[in-house]
Design a protein around this ligand. Sequence first.
Ligand code: SF4
Length: 362
Amino acid sequence: MKDLGHELTDARLAELLECDDNDFAPYAAAARRTLASHAGSKCYLRALIEMGNVCAKDCLYCGIRRSNRHAVRYMLDDDAIISAVRASLAAGYRSIVLQGGEQCSDSFTLRIERLLDKISRLSPDGGPAVTLSLGEQSLSTYLRWRQAGARRYLLRIESSSRHLYSRIHPADPLHSFDRRLEALMSLREADYQVGTGVMIGLPGQTAAHLAADIRFMQRMDIDMCGMGPYMEHRHTPLYSLRAAIPPPAERLRLSLRMVALLRLVMPDINIAATTAMQAIDPNAREEALRMGANVIMPNMTPQQAKADYALYENKPLDENLPGTTLSLCDRICSTGLVAAPQDDGTSRHYSKRKASQPPVTG
Ligand code: SF4
């Protein structure tokens, strides 16, 4: 099983997504060994703060899409966000994720810049490591936020197939596949640790599409991945195609296999055990950690806002209520990984890439 990642052709990846569990078991075990040998035995924790569900976009699968009149809109003010960051620090987390709907304006850019500055002053060592997940922005905006202290950025491609992408987004320039690709490349140019990911179990999606998604992430040389099952929301256009998607257990099974296969192909990146997996099975994130994932994002959003940030239905809401941090660490330890909330969890892939770049002179 040495160098297994190099032996996986596209056809073999697709085959492995569909084979029976016994045939897949050696690959799951190899993914676990690959994690230990290339990325270590720590599970990093990133406190997730869902800062607002106001979004300029209308993605056909998303519960907070602009046209969903049923969504209860909110935007946390700076004090509420800082208070959630303080609560995350008090709970022992040294890494946070600020996530929200996409907004592109000078005032929004400036607001995030100021927030990053405030967060950096929360502790003498420069505050927690910040990951942003605020959609497609211009290179200059990404550069400003990077300059203000953000280190990582998550922007999911959702599907690397142009055709599938066009089926789950409106046909207009705001939702173009090329615009998304360009944003991902701008993030790289702005020197972020770049994360992307896909939805698994979309209508019309095949194992070949998923194998191509793995290749896409490899080609883009990403540092982090957050992917999980497509979860329906009744107030979205894509809900009308729900008869064409695999049952939840199958979507979860595919998602776990995608984690294992991506670990084999990209041994030293960070891979998240995502909440969407947990929405199908309360123990799914632990299962993902056993298949090669090494990041969990406990949700530290204030409770009411957490419910309103409903990208999909049946989102788990009960985590991080008082007293649950310890049990989260216990659950991680039960997988054999070490829970590392104090570690900012820089992707080894990124560190190696930076170390191999020639020093800037002059
Ligand atoms: S998926 Fe993201 S960009 Fe699309 S509507 Fe939802 S929050 Fe907005």
